[in-house]
Design a protein around this ligand. Structure first.
Ligand code: MG
Length: 415
């Protein structure tokens, strides 16, 4: 190749299908082994063709390699020679080859691009069919499919174009519920990769417990606490009223109970993996809780979190007074704290992710760039951007496009 032909074009506008020349799509299928890609391109190199597009996937040891190349210069005889040479090479390595003539590059993708993550436990063919059919119904086209995880859930990510993200999300949410799978729809693009702050609720999100119930266990007032909780759920009390009513029941409890409750708290499966992986990727991670700083500060320390905020149980002379100090962290408070953490982290709100299970989390979930309802009540599930209904918190990583393989590779590197 001489120097002149290496010079880049003066402008880099994409070549449209109409003005582009003839191309050949070369598809190779068969048992994956080292050297297939090198062999194919070595064969093609003899005809001086250029690469227009290239994709390869391997599933259970079988590879599909699709190369879109410019047609060789010269008459039909040259193209015929290319075809027979590629077929002969494929036969020699026990692969199947298919060569299809055409013009130009792929058609440009439709506008409106989204990532659709489907999580199944298991992922049935029936569910896959229903979700794919709804995508088609709203004018979407599946451009790519990639498996993100096979454990603890099967997770696949579809890149869909041709329909706006909100329309796709509203079409798929009810289908996900009917099909018994989790489906998350997020806009594709740079924003997704720029997400840099994750803020999580604590009770029944980062931990499996409700902290007030653990305290109530030590105070012998589980039933009274449960009654207040039920009244709050019926809408008879707002959050602050129910918090005060429940904390009052703890008055006189010895402060040593705090350590006992800290020891009783059970992390949600996947919580450590989620936080460790996010930290490695440079995310800042925080928790906000309608529970108590006596627990969230300990979690912050143990899990290496950047932010933690909650209500504080007042302790005087070694006893709980039955009161909380400072402003109450309620539904509005959680959203306010998300904004504060984002400001402190220097992250725009649109690049934040919030995760929670309760009605108390809804303002925060809606204020975040991506709100994830985690094993939430139906009212929360319906109102959030996306919902996860598998009991593993690290599945949040799949919504961010991070695969299980990448998580495990990162873990093994630091061993
Ligand atoms: Mg909660």
């Amino acid at each position: 190749m001489d120097d002149a032909s290496r010079t880049l074009p003066a402008h880099a506008d994409p070549v449209t299908t109409e003005e582009a020349g003839p191309t050949l799509l070369v598809k190779i299928f068969g048992k994956d082994r080292p050297g297939i890609t090198a062999g194919l391109f070595d064969t093609l190199a003899g005809f001086g063709v250029d690469v227009v597009d290239l994709e390869q996937v391997v599933t259970r040891g079988r590879m599909v390699l699709c190369a879109l190349v410019t047609a060789p210069a010269g008459d039909g005889a040259v193209e015929g020679a290319l075809r027979s040479t590629v077929h002969a090479w494929a036969e020699s390595v026990k692969m199947q080859a298919e060569i299809i003539s055409g013009t130009g590059d792929n058609r440009p993708r439709g506008t409106g691009r989204s990532h659709v993550t489907i999580l199944g436990y298991p992922l049935s063919a029936r569910a896959m069919s229903s979700i794919a059919a709804r995508i088609t119904d709203v004018g979407g086209n599946i451009d790519r499919i990639l498996r993100l995880a096979k454990y603890p859930v099967t997770a696949v990510e579809l890149t869909v174009s041709g329909t706006p993200t909100p329309q796709l999300r509203s079409a798929l949410a009810p289908e996900a519920m009917r099909s018994g799978v989790d489906v998350a729809v997020v806009a594709a693009g740079l924003y997704r990769r720029a997400q840099r702050l994750v803020v999580m609720d604590v009770d029944s999100t980062v931990i499996q417990d409700e902290v007030i119930e653990l305290f109530a266990g030590h105070a012998g007032c589980e039933e009274q606490v449960a009654e207040v909780t039920a009244a709050a759920m019926r809408g008879e009390l707002d959050f602050a009223q129910s918090l005060h009513a429940r904390v009052t029941l703890l008055a006189g409890l010895d402060a040593s109970v705090v350590d006992k409750v800290r020891a009783e708290v059970r992390l949600t499966p996947g919580a450590r993996t989620l936080i460790r992986t996010l930290k490695r990727l440079g995310y800042q991670v925080g928790v906000v809780s309608g529970g108590f700083t006596q627990i969230t500060d300990d979690l912050k320390e143990r899990l290496g979190l950047d932010f933690a905020a909650a209500n504080t149980l007042e302790i005087v002379d070694g006893k709980l007074t039955g009161r909380v100090t400072g402003p109450v962290v309620d539904r509005a408070g959680k959203a306010r704290l998300l904004r504060e953490f984002a400001a402190q982290a220097g992250v725009p709100l649109a690049q934040t992710v919030a995760i929670g299970d309760g009605a108390n989390d809804l303002d925060m979930l809606n204020a975040a760039g991506l709100g994830v309802a985690f094993n939430a009540k139906p009212v929360v599930r319906r109102a959030a951007h996306t919902a996860l209904n598998v009991p593993f918190l690290d599945t949040v990583l799949y919504l961010l496009g991070i695969s299980r393989e990448e998580v495990e590779a990162a873990d093994s590197e630091t061993l």
